[in-house]
Design a protein around this ligand. Structure first.
Ligand code: FDA
Length: 309
């Protein structure tokens, strides 16, 4: 099944397949395992449910690789709106937002970085207004330097802005060392994009890198956000937490909506801070295809939903 990872990740970037899949209503039931629903109200309903079960949330308005400035503005407006709605619903203490810079203009050919920085600033201001935080997602390795530099700019006004480091990148252990300072919020994940071997580890090396990065982040002064569903990584994290004398609340675990929900509840019940990444919106294709690449067993189910009448 591992051979399917690469083609699925290539398909995740195909605008033609994306348009066919997103237009097909039949795919929705399969997609709904991972996505709260198309609208803001769906995101709020899922947030309420997870909060009632003792978990926190990070909301992601679906979209990426935006090719038009208007689309980037639309995404910024959607984030502002959902942040205001969280505030009004009294949920801002339980939920923050996660943002992909490519969804708010980073990859636009003219002034992309500036457009993304301005949009992210607006989103951060909206988060500050209701008293919550923002985490900037990490995309493929060609964007890592640009993303880290935008995060640095954002932190000048909002020192709570967090970001993501991907253990599959060979550079990441060193990035962890640079970013393990007080006040820094770093989500550590394995990484979800198709990357060349020149920059990324493969196979068991990714897991070894994840554990080295855990050690750096948990041994540092920042706030590590341990994003994995892998039982072996979770055990390694708990050992590192003990080794570094970390107390509850000085780190958190994170998982994706719909992936290992029983384990999510079990960790929360054991007193761990558990945050669930909850995507919502119509542009689910890229996100969903990366989830399929992690779990190709779901592919058959998805293909059947595309072709059934
Ligand atoms: P692994 O893929 O080995 O999965 C371990 C086990 O979890 C599997 O055996 C299976 O049981 C279950 N599982 C995992 N994925 C599943 C799926 N899709 N469906 C069903 N079961 C599944 N990546 C990135 O590049 N940039 C980012 O910004 C983020 N952000 C992010 C936020 C959060 C909160 C999480 C949890 C993850 C991310 N990721 C990400 C994705 C991450 O890089 C990685 O691709 C996935 O978390 C899968 O890796 P695991 O560590 O879970 O291990």
């Amino acid at each position: 099944m591992a051979v399917l990872r690469e083609p699925l990740l290539v398909a995740a970037r195909s605008p033609r397949l994306r348009s066919v899949a997103e237009k097909s209503r039949l795919t929705r039931p399969v997609v709904d395992r991972y996505v709260a629903g198309p609208g803001e109200q769906d995101a709020l309903a899922t947030t309420r449910e997870l909060a009632a079960a003792g978990m926190s949330v990070t909301l992601d308005f679906l979209g990426e690789d935006t090719t038009a400035a208007e689309q980037a503005q639309h995404t910024v407006a959607a984030y502002r709106s959902v942040l205001a709605a969280l505030g009004e619903a009294g949920l801002a203490g339980q939920a923050e937002v996660s943002v992909k810079l490519s969804a708010i203009g980073q990859s636009l050919p003219v002034d992309g970085e500036k457009i993304a920085l301005d949009g992210a600033r607006d989103i951060c201001a909206a988060a500050a207004a209701v008293g919550t935080t923002v985490t900037i997602d990490m995309e493929d390795h060609t964007t890592t330097d640009s993303t880290l530099s935008i995060v640095r700019e954002l932190r000048v006004d909002h020192e709570w802005v967090g970001t993501v480091l991907q253990a599959y990148l060979k550079r990441t252990e060193s990035d962890c060392r640079d970013l393990a300072y007080e006040g820094s919020r770093i989500r550590l994940c394995k990484g979800a994009y198709a990357e060349p071997e020149s920059v990324a580890f493969t196979g068991a090396e990714v897991e070894r890198s994840y554990q080295r990065c855990l050690d750096v982040l948990l041994g540092g002064a920042g706030y590590p956000m341990i994003a994995t569903h892998d039982p072996v990584m979770i055990i390694a994290a708990r050992q590192a937490i003990r080794r570094h004398g970390r107390t509850a609340g000085s780190y958190e675990f994170q998982m994706l909506h719909g992936v290992r929900p029983a384990e999510q509840r079990a960790l929360a019940a054991q007193g761990e801070r558990m945050r669930i990444y909850v995507p919502f919106g119509d542009e689910w294709y890229g996100y969903f295809m990366r989830r399929l690449a992690e779990r190709p067993a779901n592919l058959l189910l998805f293909l059947r939903s595309l072709t059934s009448k």
